[in-house]
Design a protein around this ligand. Sequence first.
Ligand SMILES: [Zn+2]
Length: 293
Amino acid sequence: MKRLTALAVVLLVCMTLDSVAQAEPMDALTLRQGDVRIVKLADDAKVSDLQGVIDTGGVPSAIPMFSKGGALYGIVAVDLYQQPGEYQMTVYEAATKRALSAKALIVKQGEFEKSISPSWNAHVFTKPELERIASEKQAMAEALRTSSSQPLWQDGTIYPIEKTDHTGLITTPFGQIRMNPAQDWFRFHRGTDFQAPKGFPIRAIATGKVAHLGHDYLLEGNITVIDHGLGIFSSYLHQSSFLVKIGDEVKKGDVIGRVGSTGNSNAPHLHLALKIGGAVVDPLQFIEALRGL
Ligand SMILES: [Zn+2]
């Protein structure tokens, strides 16, 4: 007990619940929609000692935690669609469920590029197409329901497309707002697009296990979903071919498929998407944050 009391001093920059009760200003973490941030939770603790939770008004979501060099870290993720506002993160002692520390999570509006494209996605889906999209979404949601209880990404991250003179360039960033003024319609870009020709190898951004393969989905085309543990999933869209099977264990950097233009795509490229505890987040922030640890 004594050791955990000492831990609370370190947790989330020294904010204990006692001091919150004294109405002192809470130290806060400010993030934008779609952001991913690594937060040090304790200098000397095991993953099994603590539980971190973000409460945004709905079902509180668990903060994925991992150990590195004896310290304990959490991955704080803000959904692209999270309403801006002030929320709370709390760290509990796992054994007793006693709250050890709390900190405000301030979510600001994302500052995303806007692209106006009168012709983009002017296609009106038929009823059978809409039904197909719904059942494909359902199949993906099913696959994301279970995740490994271990953090599998511990050996870091890598970019999915090797950088060369003609590959690896980001053609559409995460969050870009695509607008069609004629239809009074817009949509956020829910991933990051990488330039690459058809057939170029796609690499797993981190170690994990293949959770889902979608064959020729109407929007995603051929899609591979990899479970990295603790509710973290990466998805690779529009592939021309698959190189893994469901249940395969893949290492960071393994080639899992080939670039294509299947599904809702105009030219060969890779669309990489990342979900953390159900939150749609910027994949590049995840890759960069875990490369640096
Ligand atoms: Zn895309």
